[in-house]
Design a protein around this ligand. Structure first.
Ligand SMILES: [Zn+2]
Ligand SMILES: [Zn+2]
Length: 86
């Protein structure tokens, strides 16, 4: 399985002169959701069963969770239950 969010990029702007400075093949990691570059110690999340081949940054995860969930308050549920009683 390939990692499409990892792109090997040439960060060197000097190689005409330097020959090989080590910056010619630098891995850059991008979020599959928003396409933003993430740093090496960023947490990436894969949603099992949904976006099986996508690694998402924490922002995208929060967005995804919001899109597939509904939030309420416990007290509201109790109120709803009482409303159904009458
Ligand atoms: Zn160079
Ligand atoms: Zn993202």
């Amino acid at each position: 399985m390939g990692y499409k969010m990892i792109k090997i990029e040439n960060d060197c702007s000097c190689c005409e002169r330097c020959g090989n400075c080590g910056a010619k093949r630098v891995p850059h990691v991008y979020c599959d959701g928003c396409g933003a570059e993430v740093s090496g110690d960023s947490k990436l999340i894969r949603i099992v069963g949904a976006n099986d081949d996508a690694w998402l940054c924490e922002d995208c995860l929060a967005e995804w969770v919001e899109s597939v969930t509904v939030t309420t308050y416990a007290a509201d549920l109790v109120r709803e239950m009482h409303a159904e009683d009458v």
